[in-house]
Design a protein around this ligand. Structure first.
Ligand code: NAD
Length: 480
């Protein structure tokens, strides 16, 4: 049995409590490692280490900091195969997907912010003959990051990299559901010589160590990605303490398919957007609206493609659809399929747990599921399912498509499939989402603002936005 360790002040340590949680491999249902259940005293040590490391790390020239972060990115890239395999075991996602998406992005995130810190600048405001203002953007101090299980290392590094690049020291908490790659990452940080205390990684459950992290007085900012309900709790704790808070939360994303789309390409991409990572991406399009004139044709082509997705052992290269992350999550997803039927929906394909032969016999596999016949206001179309379940529905006009798309509390991402550019731009302007993809999905440029509106979050990550979040602006005003 492998025991994961915390990483505090450059050292690997057991939790002070001696308590561990089980870490389960979703494809088999077996406990395969143990996770520290960290507590207040681990946190205190981590915060002290981060505080001690801050003056030197924040004073380091950006060139030197950038060089060290490039070294870290190189090492993460070199470990790409190992990290992808670890992610596939820990999360249940197909190993080929983990290599192409998770591993790739983990090193890309670090490399991006290693470069960003050398380009980051601040403003000056000229007052003519009276004087001038300039803005200092200094690192905040010790910051906390809390990340989810769907892209364990990808989203972990998406926060930690800008925090470090802008000169902060970090106490990071990965998801207790998928802790392995953050642990492997701590070893890489150690090997490449990230100074001790600059990054500290504490494992454990959200309501315990996660909550303590948010409550800690000396942690000045929290960057969080996770569910909307958890985000609400975090905000309730952090707001009265006046902490800087970035919240990347859930989604219920609409996909708008128009009759003039590039049909074959759109079918393929809409399948990808609904079912990548077993539908466990905050950006997945789970409400698919199709213009009525092509509804039947699209429906049949779509279902054909969905049925072809190869469900299998995440460790097999040919697998396209792996296991869901945990048994409780699988149960939740299946309960929504049941609910959809109670609400009047018809399951067109999928809807059931899959039992595989061999080592994956007890894994948490669910068929890719397509449901028809529901209206906007039912729970299935309003609540985030976060699994391989989507609904399809026809629409008759651009106005109707727009009102369906905007008709939930969420506002993370949407995609429009049409060759009418005027329509695309007009809809893009009116859609209440942080991200609008046109004839694409999950096409990412790390410089762009990333995040959601409404119940999907507060603040933006990515590029300049992240560098600004992790720095405190100070205006200096000089009178001539
Ligand atoms: P979650 O909210 O259960 O957990 C996220 C993290 O928060 C975990 O590390 C968890 O341990 C921690 N946590 C839980 N309770 C806490 C508390 N009281 N205080 C502090 N930390 C706490 O989310 P999840 O199930 O891990 O992830 C799935 C959710 O994340 C989905 O809703 C998904 O849409 C969302 N998500 C959003 C984005 C985005 O960029 N907007 C990206 C990925 C996932």
């Amino acid at each position: 049995m492998k025991y994961i360790e915390n990483y505090i002040n450059g050292e690997f340590c057991a939790p002070a409590s001696g308590e561990y949680l089980d870490n389960i491999e979703p494809a088999t249902g077996n406990v395969y490692s143990k996770i520290p259940e960290s507590d207040k005293s681990d946190l205190e040590q981590a915060v002290q280490a981060a505080e001690k490391a801050f003056p030197k790390w924040s004073a380091m020239s950006t060139e030197d900091r950038s060089r060290l972060m490039h070294k870290l990115a190189d090492a993460v890239e070199a470990a790409g195969d190992q990290l992808a395999k670890a992610e596939a075991i820990d999360n249940g996602k197909p190993v080929a997907f983990a290599k192409a998406v998770d591993s790739y992005r983990a090193s890309a995130n670090i490399r991006f912010f290693a470069n960003a810190c050398t380009q980051f600048s601040s403003e000056s405001h000229n007052m003519g003959e009276t004087g001038v203002n300039y803005t200092l953007r200094d690192p905040i101090g010790v910051v906390g990051t809390i990340s989810p299980w769907n892209f364990p290392l990808y989203l972990f590094t998406w926060k930690v990299a800008p925090a470090l690049a802008s000169g902060n020291t970090v106490v990071a908490k990965p998801s207790e559901v998928t802790p392995m790659t953050a642990y492997l990452f701590s070893k890489i940080c150690h090997d490449v010589g990230i100074p001790k205390g600059v990054i500290n990684i504490l494992h454990g459950s959200g309501p315990n160590i996660g909550q303590l992290l948010v409550e800690h007085k000396k942690i000045k900012a929290i960057s969080f990605t996770g569910g909307t309900a958890t985000g609400k709790k975090l905000a309730a704790t952090a707001a009265p303490m006046f902490k800087k808070l970035s919240l990347e939360l859930g989604g219920k994303n609409p996909t708008l398919v128009f009759a003039d789309c590039d049909f074959d390409r759109t079918v393929n991409e809409v399948v990808r957007s609904a079912f990548s990572n077993q539908g466990q991406i905050c950006l997945c399009g789970s409400r698919i609206y199709i213009e009525r004139s092509i509804y039947d044709k699209f429906k049949h082509a779509f279902i054909e493609k969905v049925k072809q997705l190869k469900i299998g052992d995440p460790l097999e290269k040919a697998t396209q659809h792996g296991a869901l992350v945990s048994k409780p999550h699988m149960k939740k997803v299946l309960s929504y399929v049941e609910l959809a039927q109670q609400e009047g929906g018809t399951v067109l394909t999928g809807g059931k747990q899959v039992t595989l032969d061999g080592r994956c016999e007890y894994g948490f596999f669910v068929e890719p599921t397509v449901i028809e016949g529901l209206t906007l206001n039912c729970r299935t179309n309003q609540e985030e399912i976060f699994g391989p379940v989507c609904t399809i529905q026809p629409f008759d006009s651009d106005e109707e498509a727009l009102s369906l798309a905007n008709g939930t509390d969420y506002g993370l991402a949407t995609s429009i499939w049409s060759n009418n550019l005027t329509r695309c731009h007009s809809l893009a302007k009116q859609l209440d989402f942080g991200i609008v993809w046109i004839n694409s999905w999950l096409l990412r440029d790390l410089r762009t603002p990333f995040g959601g509106m409404k119940s999907s979050g507060v603040g933006r990550e990515g590029g300049e936005e992240a560098m600004r979040f992790f720095t405190e602006p100070k205006n200096v005003c000089i009178k001539y």
